[in-house]
Design a protein around this ligand. Structure first.
Ligand code: 5AD
Ligand code: SF4
Length: 440
């Protein structure tokens, strides 16, 4: 007889889902589920899904198809779907995939123990209600995954911006900030367990703390976190350009522990498209913030997100996005072809550009960025960077770490360097990585 029940968990999408999955693992452990990497060995299969673009959503249905055949050989297998697709589809998911036992939304993970226990007794259940207060953060046990070197800490969830293309406000609900005292308490515990770097996580971290009279704003929270002994490096993601205050910009020159990197999605370089996207800033305003950031912190690395082929984007508007790249000098860029999402404002807009044209624009944009990333990586050769060593590289034959600017770096050295920030001379700049030598 098997000792332990087994969970196979697959996570799609963003860091928030990765963070939620850590909680899922802890909760399932609490009711006797260990982990397996093989879905055929599983008693419980959970998918934590993403619906940001149609492709991500299709992958979920593709995976479910695979699990259906496993279930036909093991009828006792419990299959649950959570995350953004679950939130959006709810009941429809059970109709499309009748072999699914459980559907849990983005605010319902705390119900998962009783949902799975119910499923063991043959119940089917859907829970997709939103919890629109801070209670949402208090419903979880502390996650007990191995601490490691670098960890994400949720500071807020949800988004109130309603960019016209974006499903996030629909599937993640309204913005809620977590209390600063609880965030600091969690980070103290992580530091005590050996964590060196924390990334403060939220859909829109810059609007952290709004509404709570006794609570700090985001710059105030950064200062509190910077006081935690043992934490040597702080990052945050994601920032909305319209909420990036001057006070936050100055944190980059005032808080030593704040890493010189910011992810600041522009989405487009055209004012007309930015307006149609409901982004709340112009190209000039975006560039002003970039200039301020560079002034406050000359070595700052800026990364971003771009959507190409938004309805109404013509060649001239796209050309403005290309010149934005030149003006910002992104270290890296995540770029996507626009994907209409059901229920969003932009899904109603007329869109006459052929998909092939959009794909070509994406290729042009990505080629351009690839050249500047390589140029940047090469320009770092000869410089000394402070690298936080995360552990062995994926190939296992050297160490992997990140510079303050978030460039992945390979270096030779003792495994005991893991968790330490050390000076490294960069000797080679490749397309996606740097190579460096530890300075003694
Ligand atoms: N289509 C394409 N890309 C999208 N993103 C968000 N919604 C869409 C969409 N409907 C991109 C944005 C965002 C990133 C997380 O995903 O660039 O910043
Ligand atoms: Fe989506 Fe805009 Fe919110 Fe980002 S800020 S999650 S793009 S609605």
């Amino acid at each position: 007889m098997k000792q332990e029940k087994m969970l196979y968990l697959e996570t799609f999408g963003c860091q928030m889902n990765v963070s939620d999955s850590e909680k899922i693992v802890a909760l399932m452990k609490g009711i006797g589920y260990g982990r397996t990497e093989d879905p055929r060995q599983a008693d419980l299969i959970l998918l934590n899904t993403c619906s940001i673009r149609a492709k991500a959503e299709q992958r979920v249905y593709g995976h479910l198809g695979k699990f259906k055949s496993i279930k036909s050989r093991n009828p006792r297998l419990i299959i649950g779907v959570g995350g953004c697709v679950a939130q959006q589809e709810g009941e429809r998911l059970l109709q499309k995939a009748p072999f699914v036992n459980l559907v849990f939304g983005t605010h319902n993970i705390h119900l998962l123990q009783e949902m799975v226990s119910g499923a063991e007794r043959g119940e089917r259940r859907i829970e997709t209600d939103f919890i629109d207060d801070e209670k949402r953060f208090d419903l979880f046990p502390a996650t007990d995954v191995e601490a490691g070197v670098t960890r994400f800490v949720t500071v807020m969830q949800g988004c109130d911006n309603f960019c016209s293309y974006c499903i996030v406000p629909h599937v993640r609900g309204r913005e809620i900030s977590r209390s600063a005292a609880k965030i600091v308490e969690e980070i103290r515990a992580l530091a005590a367990a050996g964590v060196t770097e924390v990334t403060l996580l939220g859909q829109n971290v810059n609007s952290y703390g709004r509404g709570g009279a006794d609570e700090p704003d985001f710059p105030g929270l950064l200062r509190m976190v910077a006081e935690v002994d043992g934490i040597e490096r702080i990052r945050f993601t994601t920032s909305h350009p319209k909420d990036l205050s001057d006070t936050l910009v100055y944190c980059f020159s005032q808080i030593n522990k704040l890493a010189p990197h910011i992810h600041l999605p522009a989405q487009s370089g055209s004012d007309r498209i930015l307006k149609a996207m409901n982004r709340g800033y112009t190209r000039t305003e975006y560039l002003r913030k970039v200039a301020l950031l560079k002034q406050a912190c000359p070595e700052i690395q800026i990364t971003g997100d771009i959507i190409v082929g938004f309805p109404g984007e013509d060649e001239a508007a796209f050309a403005e996005t290309l010149t934005l790249l030149d003006e910002v000098g992104y270290a890296d860029l995540f770029s996507f072809v626009y994907s209409p999402r059901p229920g969003t404002q932009a899904a109603e807009l007329e869109d006459s550009t052929e998909y092939a044209v959009k794909q070509q624009r994406l290729d042009r944009l990505q080629q351009k960025q690839k050249r500047s990333t390589l140029e940047l990586n090469r320009s770092l050769v000869g410089t000394v960077q402070q690298v936080l060593v995360e552990g062995a590289s994926s190939t296992g034959d050297c160490l992997f770490g990140r510079t303050g600017g978030n460039r992945g770096t390979l270096l030779d050295g003792a495994p005991s360097l893991a968790g330490k920030v050390i000076p490294v001379r960069i000797v080679e700049g490749l397309q996606t990585l740097l190579k460096g030598e530890v300075l003694h």
